[in-house]
Design a protein around this ligand. Structure first.
Ligand code: PBG
Length: 344
C-alpha cells in the first residue's frame, strides 16, 4: 500500500519540524544577531578622507574625523563593535615599522575619538606591523628571514599604545610565537589589566586576503607569509596554537579565514574554554559580492547562509565586512515571511 503512514516512510518525520516558519524558528539550533557581528574599519591619516576601497564594495578608507559617519549607523544597527586597521602617512613606511608606534597615528587617534564619543562601544585594534613596514612583512626581517623574538617587543609596545588610547581589546594578527604572552606581560606592566587580547590563534596563509592587502597596501615585497601563518593542510596544529594562546593569556581566540575553515572553528571551539571568533575575510566577502553581481547567486541569501554557518560551527562572534547588510536582513526577520497583522 502506498500513502499515509506507510512504514516505508518511517515513524520518524523530521519534516514536521520544518513545516511552518513558526515551527522552524522554535526548532532552530543557531541564532544570529547584530550583537554578534564586528565591523573591520580602515583608518588613515589626514582630514576629511572618505575614499571607497575598490577591492571591497561598500568599504572606505576613513580619516579619524569622518569615522562617526560610518560608526553611527553601525551603532544604530546594534552591531557588536569595530576592529580598527591603520595606515601610516605617505612615505612613512620603514624596515622596522616605526610608524606603528606613533601615539598620534591614525589608530590611537581613532580609538581616543571613538571611546570619547561612544564610550559604550566595543573597540578592538589590529596589532601587526605589515601596513607599516617597507617590506610588508608582519615582523622585523634579517635579509629574507622573518625574525620572531626581535619582533615581540614592538608588537607589545603597539598593543600598549592602543590600550592606553582606550581600546577594549587588542588583536595581534602577526602569528609570531609567544606574542600573546609578550603582549599580556607588557599590558599588565603598564597597569592595563582590563584590556583583553583577541588572539588571531589560527590564522592561515590564505589567498583570500588579497582584497585586504590591496586596501592596506600591505602585500609582502618579497616571499610570502608561509613561514609564520598556518598551512591550510593542518587542523591539529590549530589546537596547539589554541592551547599556547590560552596558556599565554588570550581572552578570545580567532580563526581566519572563516568559510573554508569551519572545521577549525568547530575544533577550536570544542577545545577552548573561552570564546572563539571567526573572521570572514576580504576574499570571502569579495566572492559573495562578485558572484551576486554576476547574477549567479542572491547576495542577501548567500550572505546570511555564510554567516549563520560560521555561528553554527561554534563562533561566538563574526568579523565581517557585511555587518550593515546582515543587520538589515536580521531586522527584517529574513528567516520568516513578513508577519501579517492579526485579524480581529
Ligand atoms: C595582517 C592582516 C591581514 C588581514 C588582517 N590582518 C592580511 C595578511 O595577513 O596578509 C586580512 C583580513 C582580510 O583579508 O579581510 N596584519
Amino acid at each position: 500500500m502506498e500513502g499515509r503512514g506507510s512504514w516505508q516512510v518511517g515513524l520518524q518525520r523530521p519534516r514536521r519540524l520544518r513545516a511552518t516558519a513558526a515551527m522552524r524558528d522554535l526548532a532552530a539550533e543557531t541564532d544570529l544577531t547584530a550583537a554578534r557581528l564586528l565591523q573591520p574599519l580602515f583608518v588613515v591619516p589626514g582630514q576629511g578622507v572618505r575614499r571607497p576601497i575598490g577591492s571591497l564594495r561598500g568599504q572606505d578608507h576613513l580619516s579619524v574625523d569622518r569615522l562617526p559617519e560610518v560608526v553611527e549607523p553601525l551603532l544604530e544597527a546594534g552591531v557588536g563593535g569595530v576592529v580598527l586597521f591603520g595606515q601610516p602617512p605617505a612615505g612613512a613606511k620603514d624596515a622596522e615599522g616605526n610608524a606603528a608606534l606613533d601615539p598620534d597615528g591614525a589608530v590611537p587617534r581613532a580609538v581616543r575619538l571613538l571611546k570619547e564619543r561612544y564610550p559604550e562601544m566595543w573597540v578592538a585594534t589590529d596589532v601587526c606591523l605589515d601596513p607599516y613596514t617597507s617590506h610588508g612583512h608582519c615582523g622585523l626581517v634579517d635579509g629574507e628571514r622573518i625574525l620572531n623574538d626581535e619582533t615581540l617587543p614592538r608588537l607589545a609596545r603597539m598593543a600598549v599604545l592602543h590600550a592606553q588610547a582606550g581600546a577594549d581589546a587588542v588583536a595581534p594578527s602577526d602569528m609570531m610565537d609567544g606574542r600573546v604572552g609578550a603582549i599580556r606581560t607588557a599590558l599588565d606592566a603598564a597597569g592595563l589589566t582590563d584590556t583583553a587580547i583577541l588572539a588571531y590563534t589560527a590564522k592561515y596563509a590564505s589567498s583570500l586576503y588579497a582584497p585586504f592587502r590591496e586596501a592596506e597596501d600591505s602585500a609582502p615585497a618579497f616571499g610570502d607569509r608561509r613561514s609564520y601563518q598556518m598551512d591550510p593542510r593542518n587542523g591539529r596544529e590549530a589546537l596547539r596554537e589554541a592551547l599556547l594562546d590560552m596558556a599565554e593569556g588570550a581572552d578570545m581566540l580567532m580563526v581566519k579565514p572563516a568559510g573554508p575553515y569551519l572545521d577549525i572553528v568547530a575544533r577550536v571551539a570544542a577545545a577552548a574554554d573561552r570564546p572563539v571568533f571567526a573572521y570572514q575575510v576580504s576574499g570571502e566577502y569579495a566572492m559573495l559580492v562578485a558572484a551576486s553581481e554576476a547574477g549567479l547567486i542572491d547576495y542577501d541569501a548567500a550572505l546570511l547562509e555564510s554567516a549563520v554557518g560560521i555561528r553554527r560551527a561554534g563562533a561566538a562572534a563574526i568579523l565581517t565586512y557585511a555587518c550593515l547588510d546582515l543587520a538589515r536582513l536580521l531586522e527584517r526577520g529574513r528567516w520568516r515571511p513578513a508577519r501579517p497583522p492579526l485579524a480581529r
